[in-house]
Design a protein around this ligand. Structure first.
Ligand SMILES: Cc1ncc(COP(=O)(O)O)c(C=O)c1O
Length: 467
């Protein structure tokens, strides 16, 4: 009855990322009404600074950000897919501020989209044909299977990274992915990275950045940088976060036409419900094509109007960015230290709304395997009451890693979650110790028995010799 696209499984709906979400909605944690419910730690949402936004709305008493009678008709009938100029200009300035003024943005090169989800899909439609490939470093955001592949028919080829170098991209891993796509008969159209990385919470280093630029230049392909977490970087040094926007001014015209940036207000402003995203590109044909495509997912005029007002309030934006970063850093430190206390390490990170957590030590006795990771994930959700994101749903090459989000809950829920992990880790270690003790006891018993046996045998033999 339905189309072939709908019956294909390239959406990724059956990954633990989406399944965990479903489980959570059936039994959500509430400190008073449902204290044994599931705590949602699988969703990279930023609720740490909602009070700041509410404060701004309150101070404005909603005047100046809600259309008044005089503006109503204009906004209600606005359907220009180029967006409200005041909003695009406020967004361009905001993107520069989020990057501490190290790069500037031109509002003419912005295409507004319904979130980064739509921005990424539009880029696929504009840059690739069905069956073409984009290379993505693993582990990657589980939603990309849906956003990049599902409706476009584009294929994702993984650039495998490993814990041995903290999941950094290398030239050889890039080359290997490129060759792999070629052997599958695919045309490689580009590389897509998330910087800061979802799920790693790290930013690319200068050396990775240079390697990537050299690679896409030499292969004559595109580079997309999804910088949706730009404002979550909390180590504020110039090399703490290198935006791909830097390369737009590299002086190499052909290359700068093939570099595109994706952004959204879903994470930095904690507004996924507003569906505000964008594509930023130096390439006029791409900007024009993407603008046409954006008519399938526009941002409402009312949202643009409200946010144009908010983002052009410079003193609010300045204090919001600083305070938001501080709160993210503190919350991350809280989680890392609580996990550290129970012997669960996290990858060192400097951004994001999550940590990349090494739970290999909690895998069952069958050793590291994706089956073991799935069993651990199932126990975490059903026995411990925590929905976290298993590494396999991010296409991680090594089993036992999990993405745990920390910014979508209050501190109380966070403490409950950490207590639950502690009891779980303690119980596993207790069982291991008990198993170790039983094993040890069995070993001693066997040893004693063998002494008795040898002793008996000796006596029997000597009596036989005597007789
Ligand atoms: C890397 C990345 N890109 C895109 C998205 C989708 O964001 P949006 O809500 O703006 O569509 C997410 C959401 O988690 C994400 O992590």
């Amino acid at each position: 009855m339905l189309s072939r696209k709908l019956s294909s499984n390239s959406h990724g709906q059956d990954s633990s990322y989406f399944l965990g979400w479903e489980e959570y909605t059936k039994n959500p944690f509430h400190a008073i009404d449902n204290p044994n419910g599931i705590i949602q730690m699988g969703l990279a949402e930023n609720q740490l600074s909602v009070d700041q936004i509410k404060g701004w709305l309150k101070r404005r008493n909603l005047t100046g950000c809600e259309p008044g009678v005089s503006d109503f008709k204009e906004l209600a009938s606005f359907q220009d897919y180029h967006g409200l100029p005041a909003f695009k200009s406020a967004l361009a300035a905001f993107m520069g501020k989020i990057r501490d003024g190290r790069v500037t943005f031109d509002e003419e090169k912005i295409v507004l989209t319904a979130g980064a989800t739509s921005a990424n899909e539009i880029l696929m439609f504009c840059l690739a044909d069905p069956g073409d490939a984009f290379l993505l470093p693993t582990p990657y955001y589980p939603g990309f299977d849906r956003d990049l592949k599902w409706r476009t028919g584009v294929e994702i080829i993984p650039i495998h990274t490993s814990s041995s170098n903290n999941f950094r991209i290398t030239t050889s891993s890039l080359e290997q992915a490129f060759r792999h796509a070629q052997t599958l008969g695919m045309t490689v159209k580009g590389v897509l990275i998330t910087n800061p990385s979802n799920p790693l919470g790290t930013t690319i280093t200068r050396s990775e950045f240079n390697q990537l630029i050299r690679f896409v230049d030499s292969k004559n392909i595109h580079l997309i940088s999804d910088e949706i977490y730009a404002g979550t970087v909390f180590n504020n040094s110039p090399d703490g976060f290198i935006s791909v926007a830097e390369a737009l001014h590299c002086g190499n015209h052909s290359l700068s036409q093939r570099i595109h940036l994706v952004y959204s207000l879903s994470k930095d402003m904690g507004m996924p419900g507003f569906r505000v995203g964008l594509i930023y590109s130096n390439n006029p044909s791409l900007v024009s094509a993407a603008t046409k495509m954006s008519s399938f997912g526009l941002v409402s005029a009312q949202t643009q109007y409200l946010l144009a007002n908010m983002l052009s309030d410079e003193s609010f934006v300045h204090s919001y960015i600083e305070e938001n970063r501080k709160r993210i850093r503190e919350r991350k430190q809280l989680m890392v230290s609580r996990l550290h206390e129970v012997g669960i390490p996290c990858l060192e990170s400097n951004a994001g709304l999550f940590c990349w957590v090494d739970m290999r030590g909690l895998l069952d006795e069958s050793g590291p395997s994706f089956g073991g990771e799935k069993r651990l994930w199932t126990r975490l959700i059903h026995e411990v009451g925590l929905n976290v994101c298993a590494g396999s749903s991010c296409h991680c090459s090594e089993p036992g890693w999990f993405r745990i989000c920390f910014a979508n809950m209050d501190e109380w829920a966070m403490e409950v979650a950490m207590d639950r992990i502690k009891s779980f880790a303690d119980s596993i270690r207790g069982q291991e110790q008990a198993a170790g003790t039983v094993l040890g006891q069995r070993f001693i018993l066997l040893l004693l028995l063998s002494f008795i046996f040898v002793d008996d045998l000796g006596r029997t033999l000597s009596s036989q010799v005597k007789s």
